[in-house]
Design a protein around this ligand. Structure first.
Ligand code: B12
Ligand code: SF4
Length: 517
């Protein structure tokens, strides 16, 4: 059987990193079946083109995965595939919570022939075999013989054949820059960001987050050896194709067990498996100087920190009181001293937020080492304690907000400001962090660092502004480059002063679209 795994685009920004679930399920597919992957971010498709594709390619089963934000598109694509006569199985965090919606049991129309609940590592081989036999069931749940939920242990972990997988769709370097990069130096033929997980689960249970409910509060880790081998494989591939590879450790809290993280980082260093990497770590775990030393020595370049708010009352309200705003600056300085920078994520529209919250937050941010601040709105995702709380209080204004997804739009009214005011605060956050003046200031604040870091933060800021300000086509990019020409000229002058090689950024970064860990 030929199987297509498809992940829809979110229609707003491009995610440059491929989704891990596709590669994982591909690696877990029983022998005898062929699996093709299409990521809508890299290969945009509409309903008509996916229907044509499955017919022309003689696809026997389509697997679709999606977060809540992309689910409306996922359903439209699933409908088109089913209308073409091909079975659809859906999985991921949204349909796990809303299986009845996907199966048309809630009064709406049916979108999927089958739904895989929760982690599908162990159910996927069964789904494939049932589909091949024509005996696909409606629901596949990860349970043991006694009907108890079972979480995959991650030991052993499947070997993802990164040395052979076709990754053409995930090269971040547009063809237009290839000749320039060839002149700059060898090793810039390709640049990819690859997702790698070293563990799953987070016990913290923040009210707005899907993770504790979905992956459970028992944390599971791969062996150090299996992670190190994966990094070595990726490093080897980059070398062979004369390109660059960076890794995004997608663990929700990469240092949730500090002892284990240190031992993994030591093993990465000992095996010379360092690549440049990004990871998500909560601020409370970054108090440990030795951990931060090891992060830097093992290739860590950017740490994503879910700060959420600078107001302790807000943090306590969403059960994230372990975040201490008073120590944010110290944590960021500790990282910056090792040339590790932070993606700092904030949520506006929390219940203790009032108009002016963006400026109050910006005032703090301006005292921190330059990084990449991102701003989102409090969003009740299905299945989370936040959703249940707001629903019970009758505060949801758009209870099924995912059916008509609108980027940066609230689905409930905060207590101390209106929805419009909350939207305005997010706009202020983005505008004052990503204006040409703010970008120039951030780059200038790193004047004491090697030029590579300044270029790196400049490129990253240009990419990150696209999370909020539409920046999809060439024209939008050109406009953004023109607006930032002062900073570009400055960097070029310094680059030519110090030799062009010094100007090649040591690490670039994906324009992630605002993610809380
Ligand atoms: C990496 C990541 C991203 C990446 C993007 C995706 C990428 N290229 O990988 C970035 C950083 C860009 C991102 C952004 C966002 N993210 Co995000 N992200 C994650 C993260 C940390 C890891 C995803 C992952 O690879 N997990 C590991 C794999 C193995 O797990 P999995 O994807 O769930 O897949 C398993 C099962 O779900 C199932 N499965 C999944 N798909 C399918 C499909 C089929 C057919 C089958 C059978 C099974 C199946 O099988 C897999 C193996 O068990 C998760 C949290 C988490 N730990 O999962 C959040 C998470 C998915 N993100 C989340 C959110 C909310 C966002 C944002 C909306 C945040 C924001 N406020 O802006 C944005 C929007 C994204 C967008 N572009 O539209 C939520 C989603 C909740 C929901 N109900 O949708 C999560 C769960 C985190 C959270 N705090 O709640 N994210
Ligand atoms: S927001 Fe981060 S720390 Fe909180 S439960 Fe989710 S993954 Fe854990």
């Amino acid at each position: 059987m030929k199987i297509l795994l498809y992940n829809p685009d979110n229609g707003v920004t491009r995610n440059f990193m491929p989704h891990l679930w596709m590669f994982l399920l591909q690696a877990l597919t029983p022998p005898g079946h062929e699996v093709v992957l299409i990521d809508g971010n890299a290969q945009p498709m509409d309903e008509e083109s996916i229907a044509r594709y499955v017919r022309e390619q003689n696809i026997g089963l389509v697997g679709i995965g999606a977060m809540t934000r992309m689910i409306a598109k996922a359903y439209r694509m699933a409908d088109a595939v089913r209308a073409a006569g091909v079975k659809v199985v859906m999985g991921g965090p949204h349909v796990t919570e809303m299986a009845d919606e996907a199966l048309g049991r809630d009064g709406g129309s049916r979108h999927a022939d089958a739904v895989a609940l929760g982690e599908a590592d162990e159910t996927w081989p069964r789904i494939v075999e049932d589909a091949a036999r024509g005996t696909l069931k409606d629901v596949y749940a990860p349970v043991d013989d006694f009907g108890q939920e079972r979480k995959p242990s991650l030991q052993p972990y499947p070997e993802i054949p990164w040395d052979k997988i076709k990754l053409e769709q995930f090269n971040l370097l547009p063809g237009i820059v290839h000749p320039l990069l060839r002149r700059v130096g060898a090793g810039w033929g390709t640049f990819r960001i690859i997702p790698v997980e070293s563990g799953r689960g987070c016990p913290y249970g923040c009210e707005f987050c899907t993770v504790t409910g979905f992956f459970g509060d028992s944390i599971r880790f791969r062996t150090n050896e299996s992670v190190v081998n994966e990094l070595l494989l990726l490093k080897e591939r980059a070398k062979e194709e004369g390109g660059q590879i960076a890794v995004f450790f997608i663990d929700d809290n990469f240092a949730i067990n500090v002892k284990r993280t240190k031992s993994l980082l030591r093993d990465i260093i000992a095996a010379n498996a360092q690549v440049h990497w990004v990871a998500q770590i909560s601020a409370n775990l970054l108090r440990d100087e030795e951990l931060v030393d090891l992060i830097a020595a093992a290739g860590g370049k950017w740490i994503f920190i879910g700060m959420e708010s600078i107001d302790p009352a807000n943090l306590a309200d969403v059960k994230k009181g372990f975040n201490k705003p008073g120590e944010y600056a110290v944590v960021l300085d500790r990282l910056a001293r090792r040339n590790v920078f932070a993606i700092t994520s904030f949520i506006f529209g929390m219940d203790n937020d009032s108009p002016g919250v963006a400026e109050r937050t910006m005032k703090e941010i301006r005292t921190w080492p330059a990084g990449l601040p991102i701003f989102g709105l409090m969003t009740p995702l299905p299945g989370t304690p936040l959703y249940k709380k707001l629903e019970a209080a009758g505060r949801l204004t758009r209870p099924k907000h995912w059916q008509e997804f609108i980027p940066f739009a609230m689905a409930h009214t905060p207590l101390k400001m209106s929805i419009d005011e909350a939207h305005n605060e997010v706009r202020i956050g983005w505008a004052s962090s990503y204006s040409p003046e703010a970008i120039e200031k951030a780059v200038d604040s790193l004047n004491h660092k090697p030029l590579g870091y300044r270029i790196s933060i400049f490129i990253a800021r240009l990419c990150f502004r696209g999370i909020y300000f539409p920046q999809m086509g060439r024209f939008a990019w050109l406009k953004s480059i023109l607006e930032n020409r002062r900073t570009i000229f400055k960097l070029l002058r310094q680059g030519f002063g110090g030799g062009l090689h010094a100007a090649v950024p040591s690490v670039a970064i994906e324009p992630v679209t605002g993610q809380r860990h």
